[in-house]
Design a protein around this ligand. Structure first.
Ligand SMILES: *Cc1c(COP(=O)(O)O)cnc(C)c1O
Length: 470
């Protein structure tokens, strides 16, 4: 399988190179040159356990990895999950909840980042290269990336979070990881400050090359690939349970990474009737599907912070398919968006007419009401991100087609929202309850490029010397 850039200005690459490169040199995103038609294989795939299914899907896209290596990477990723099915499906009322939160940080990003961490380590160990991952986080991504990378000898990770502006539990999920290759930096500023420092350091190509900087953000193809597996797995379980011919999915969406994996599963032939794209008040994507106009506004903080995003980094991949694979059109669109801050995809405010994607939104009030009603009616707790998806799913029910809602985080990660919705402290998880009181390591830094660059350089120099000598 070869990969190409959405903007058409980069050489074709194989899977290994695609993973290590992250973003194409021409600024575009990498995509497989063709999407395999899997319809003939679905009956056989529907009987497979999660790791075997993952292997069958991934090997179509990662055919330059030896099969034994791919199997071992998948097994390692699955072993980090506390549920034997990895991503089980639980039927709750009329909906089917695809629980993606049984990994080490209790959020769906673990599915992809456990795999990506193991994959990076494998590829780097073969060439004896090293990678220093640099990331900014407002919460979920940082801890999932840290758990994916911790203890891996060819990787180091530097995670910037805004000091005092992530929830105490989310901060502890990061700072209580004491492995030598994990560096937590509490930056005295906002998340935007963290992100702009990271962007500045990546844009400095000399600095980036000198220090072998890498990223684990949601545009990495391996993350999309790992996420495709659970769409197949869940569809098979629900078809088995209900006898339906097709299923729909409702996906709480921020960067369009998770739902894009579902879109590719549909393009491979999975019988999906609808993919519901659910946003909170930060609804640039929902507005775009309704009016054809993609225009960023200010970010509003909500109860579902991992969806508080205006510009969705994976949307360009969808635009590539929308343009029928015409990369000149994608280039023109992205240039128009960069210049004017908006992109008009249809004439006269017409909605985006997509065969499978539909959009909807749920605001704070809807989020709280949905959490409350699922607890009262079903004794099932939804985290606020999942609640947005459930709210949108309930407004788009079709009696002939079962709906699968992606449960993207464990409710205990968002105890404040659960208390607001139900009036009680109902959401607990032993992993989170064990965090307060654990030893932590974190370095506080001013919100400047130089402070972070200086820290990184000193840490890299120190790591050249074995501990005994230091
Ligand atoms: C990241 C995240 C999302 C959004 O996923 P995208 O791939 O950015 O669309 C939804 N819910 C939770 C809990 C998340 O951490």
């Amino acid at each position: 399988m070869e990969y190409l850039s959405t903007r058409g200005g980069d050489a074709r690459r194989r899977f290994r190179d695609t993973v290590l490169t992250g973003q194409a040199r021409d600024g575009g995103l990498l995509l497989p040159a063709e999407i395999p038609d899997a319809r003939d294989r679905l009956p056989a795939w529907s009987r497979l356990a999660y790791p075997d299914l993952a292997f069958e899907i991934m090997r179509l896209f990662a055919d330059d990895l030896p099969p034994g290596v791919l199997r071992a990477l998948i097994a390692g990723g699955c072993a980090a999950f506390r549920h034997p099915e990895v991503t089980p499906v639980v039927t709750v009322g009329r909906l089917h909840m695809l629980e993606l939160f049984h990994g080490p940080t209790l959020a769906f990003k673990d599915v992809a980042l456990q795999f990506l961490g193991a994959l990076f380590e494998q590829l780097l160990s073969e060439t004896r290269a090293e990678l220093n991952i640099l990331a900014a986080t407002s919460g979920d991504t940082g801890s999932a990336a840290i758990q994916g990378v911790r203890g891996r000898p060819h990787l180091r990770i530097f995670v910037l979070h805004p000091h005092g502006r992530v929830s105490p539990i989310q901060a502890l999920q990061m700072t209580s990881v004491l492995d030598d290759n994990v560096h937590n930096l509490a930056v005295e500023g906002t998340f935007d400050d963290c992100q702009s420092i990271v962007k500045t350091l990546f844009a400095d190509l000399a600095f980036r090359d000198r220090h072998c900087l890498g990223a684990v953000n949601s545009i990495n193809w391996a993350r999309v690939l790992a996420q495709m597996v659970y769409y197949f797995y869940a569809a098979f379980r629900v078809i088995e349970r209900t006898g339906a011919a097709r299923v729909s999915f409702s996906v709480p969406t921020g960067n369009f990474g998770d739902i894009f994996a579902g879109y590719l599963a549909w393009r491979m032939g999975l019988p999906v009737a609808r993919l519901l794209l659910a946003t909170n008040e930060n609804d640039i994507l929902a507005r775009c599907f309704e009016s054809g106009l993609y225009r960023a506004g200010p970010v509003a903080p909500t109860l579902s912070p991992s969806m508080d995003i205006q510009v969705a980094s994976n949307f360009e991949r969808y635009l590539y398919y929308r343009a029928g694979g015409d990369s000149a059109q994608v280039r023109a669109w992205m240039e128009q968006f960069r210049r004017t801050g908006e992109l008009r995809l249809t004439a006269g405010g017409a909605s985006l007419d997509d065969p499978v994607l539909r959009a909807g939104r749920g605001d704070t009030e809807a989020t709280l009401a949905t959490i409350r009603s699922y607890w009262e009616r079903h004794r099932y707790l939804l985290d606020p991100h999942t609640a947005v998806g459930v709210y949108v799913a309930e407004r788009n029910l079709d009696s002939a087609v079962p709906t699968i809602c992606l449960a993207t985080a464990h409710p205990a990660k968002f105890g404040d929202a659960i208390r607001r919705a139900t009036g009680a402290d109902l959401a607990r998880h032993p992993i989170l309850d064990a965090l307060p009181g654990l030893p932590t390591r974190v370095t506080r830094l001013p919100a400047t490029r130089d402070a972070v660059a200086g820290y990184l350089e000193a840490a890299l120099v120190a790591s050249f010397f074995p501990k005994a000598v230091r």
